[in-house]
Design a protein around this ligand. Structure first.
Ligand code: NDP
Ligand code: 2IT
Length: 446
C-alpha cells in the first residue's frame, strides 16, 4: 500500500511542482483513500483519485489598483474551481501575502471533502490574492476588492460558484465585493456568503466556524463521556474563527487561556471571559490592532514570536493557519495531557504532528470535519437566499449543531478501527470522498 501511495504522489509532485501545501493535503488523503479504493475497485477503474486531484478549472488574473498616494499597485488573483460533482463550486477567498497557487489548491482540494461531509449540495472551490490587507486604509481595501471582482464576476454566480470569506476576508471585504458584483452584473443574488444581515446574510454565519469546531470537539468528548466543564483550552489565532471558538467554549463551561496572531501569543491563566472577548473583538475587527495589546490591558504574559502549544491544556483549538503545529509542539501538547485537538483552521497540523496525535490515540478532529460548520452555514445562507426567507438565530444554530453531529457520525462510520479508536482522519477523508466519487461516476467522464 505504501508503494502505491508513493507512486501516486510521485505523479502528483511531477505534475504540480513546487506546490508543497497541495502535495501535503493530497498525500494525507491518498494515505486514507488508496486502501479503501483497493477494496472498492469501481473507484480505481474510473480513475477517481487522478480526476479528483485535478481542478476542473483554474483562473488566474491581474488585479491593478490605485493606492491612497495615487501609486499603481498590482496583485495576482485566483479562483480554483476544483469539483462540481455535487453542487456549485463553494469556498472562501483568502487575502494574504503568502497566497499562491499551491496554497489555494490545497484549500480547494480539502474543501471538496469538507463540503461533501456537510450533507449539503456544494462542490469545492477556493480563491484569493497575495494582497496584504494589513496597514491598508478602508479606501484601499475597497479599491482592491472592486478591481478583484471586476475580473472575478464573469466566472461566478449563485448557481456556478459562490465565494465567501477566509483569512483577510471578513464582512467588510464581502460588502465591497458584493457591491461591485451587483453593479457590473445588475443582479441582486446570493453570489457570495458571509453577507451582512441587511442584504441577504444569515444569522450565525460569522459565528459558525468557531462554534462548529467547538461542537465537533463536544461530540468527540462525548465518545469518552466527557464535556467542556472545567477544561483548560488553548486557542491560536485571534480572528473570526478564534473569537467565536472562545465564545462557545466559555458558554459550555471551559476556560480559554491563550490567543495569538502572527507576532506572538498571550497567556491569560484567569481565562478569556465575555468581557475580555468583547475587547478582543473591538481590537481585531474595528481597530485592527495586535494581540499584544491584550496583555498590556489585562496584565498577563505576552510571548513574542511564539505559538501557544507549550501551555498546559486539556483541549487545543488551532484557529490561525496551516502548519502552525509541528511534530515537536504536538508532542509537547500530548505530554502535557492534551487529549482533544479540534482544528478550526485548515491543515494547521503538519504530517508529523498528525502522526503524534494518532499514535497517542487522542481525540483528533481534522479541519475538513471540525471546521466544516462555516461552509455548512454558508450553505444555509444559500438556501435562505433561494427561498427569499431568513431563519432565526435558534433555527440556524440548531441546524449547524445537527450538521456537526452528522459529520461526527460519518467520521465514526468510516473511521472506527478494530480496537474502537476513532481515526477521524480516515473517517473524514473516506466519508467525504464517497458521495463525490459516486456522483462523478454517475455523471460520466466530465
Ligand atoms: P482571520 O483573518 O479572521 O484571522 C486569522 C488569524 O490567524 C489572525 O489572528 C492572524 O494573525 C492569524 N494568522 C494568519 N496567518 C498567520 C500566519 N501565517 N502565522 C501566524 N498567524 C497567522 O481568518 P479566519 O479566522 O477566518 O481564519 C482562520 C483559519 O480558519 C484559516 O486557516 C482559515 O482557512 C480557517 N477557516 C476559516 C473559515 C471561515 O469561515 N472564516 C471556515 C473554515 C476554516 P495576523 O492578524 O497577525 O495575521
Ligand atoms: O475554509 C472554509 O471552509 C471557509 N473559508 C468557508 C467557506 C465558505 O464558503 O463559507
Amino acid at each position: 500500500m505504501e508503494a502505491k501511495v508513493k507512486e501516486f504522489m510521485a505523479k502528483i509532485i511531477a505534475k504540480n511542482p513546487s506546490e508543497v501545501e497541495f502535495h501535503q493535503a493530497v498525500q494525507e488523503v491518498a494515505e486514507s483513500l488508496i486502501p479503501y479504493i483497493e477494496e472498492n475497485p469501481k473507484y480505481r477503474d474510473a480513475k477517481i483519485l487522478d480526476r479528483i486531484t485535478e481542478p476542473e478549472r483554474v483562473i488566474m488574473f491581474r488585479i491593478p489598483w490605485l493606492d491612497d498616494k495615487g501609486n499603481v499597485q498590482v496583485n495576482r488573483g485566483f479562483r480554483i474551481e476544483m469539483n462540481s460533482a455535487i453542487g456549485p463550486y463553494k469556498g472562501g477567498l483568502r487575502f494574504h501575502p503568502t497566497v499562491n497557487l499551491g496554497v489555494l489548491k490545497f484549500l480547494a482540494f480539502e474543501q471538496v471533502f469538507k463540503n461533501s461531509l456537510t450533507t449539503l449540495p456544494m462542490g469545492g472551490g477556493k480563491g484569493g490574492s497575495d494582497f496584504d490587507p494589513k496597514g491598508k486604509s478602508d479606501n484601499e481595501v475597497m479599491k482592491f476588492c472592486q478591481s478583484f471582482m471586476t475580473e472575478l464576476c464573469r466566472h461566478i454566480g449563485p448557481n456556478t460558484d459562490v465565494p465567501a470569506g477566509d483569512i483577510g476576508v471578513g464582512g467588510r471585504e464581502i460588502g465591497f465585493l458584493f457591491g461591485q458584483y451587483k453593479r457590473i452584473r445588475n443582479e441582486f443574488t446570493g453570489v457570495l456568503t458571509g453577507k451582512a444581515l441587511n442584504w441577504g446574510g444569515s444569522l450565525i454565519r460569522p459565528e459558525a466556524t468557531g462554534y462548529g469546531a467547538v461542537y465537533f470537539a463536544e461530540e468527540m468528548l462525548k465518545t469518552r463521556n466527557d464535556s467542556y466543564k472545567g477544561k483548560t483550552v488553548t486557542v491560536s489565532g485571534s480572528g473570526n474563527v478564534a473569537q467565536y471558538a472562545v465564545e462557545k467554549v466559555t458558554e459550555l463551561g471551559g476556560k480559554c487561556v491563550t490567543l495569538s496572531d502572527s507576532a506572538g501569543f498571550i497567556h491569560d491563566p484567569a481565562g478569556i471571559d465575555a468581557e475580555k472577548l468583547a475587547y478582543v473583538m473591538e481590537l481585531k475587527n474595528v481597530k485592527r490592532g495586535r494581540i499584544k495589546e491584550y496583555a498590556e490591558k489585562y496584565g498577563c504574559e505576552y510571548h513574542e514570536g511564539q505559538r501557544p502549544w507549550g501551555i498546559k491544556c486539556d483541549i487545543a483549538l488551532p484557529c490561525a493557519t496551516q502548519n502552525e503545529i509541528n511534530g515537536e509542539e504536538a508532542q509537547v501538547l500530548v505530554n502535557n495531557g492534551c487529549f482533544v485537538v479540534s482544528e478550526g483552521a485548515n491543515m494547521p497540523s503538519t504530517p508529523e504532528a498528525v502522526e503524534v496525535f494518532l499514535k497517542a490515540r487522542i481525540l483528533y478532529g481534522p479541519g475538513k470535519a471540525a471546521n466544516a460548520g462555516g461552509v455548512a452555514t454558508s450553505g444555509l445562507e444559500m438556501s435562505q437566499n433561494s427561498l427569499r426567507l431568513s431563519w432565526t438565530r435558534e433555527e440556524v444554530d440548531q441546524r449547524l449543531n445537527n450538521i456537526m453531529k452528522s459529520i461526527h457520525e460519518t467520521c465514526v462510520k468510516y473511521g472506527k478501527e478494530e480496537d474502537g479508536y476513532i481515526n477521524y482522519v480516515n473517517g473524514a477523508n473516506i466519508g467525504g470522498f464517497v458521495k463525490v466519487a459516486d456522483s462523478m461516476i454517475d455523471q460520466g467522464l466530465v
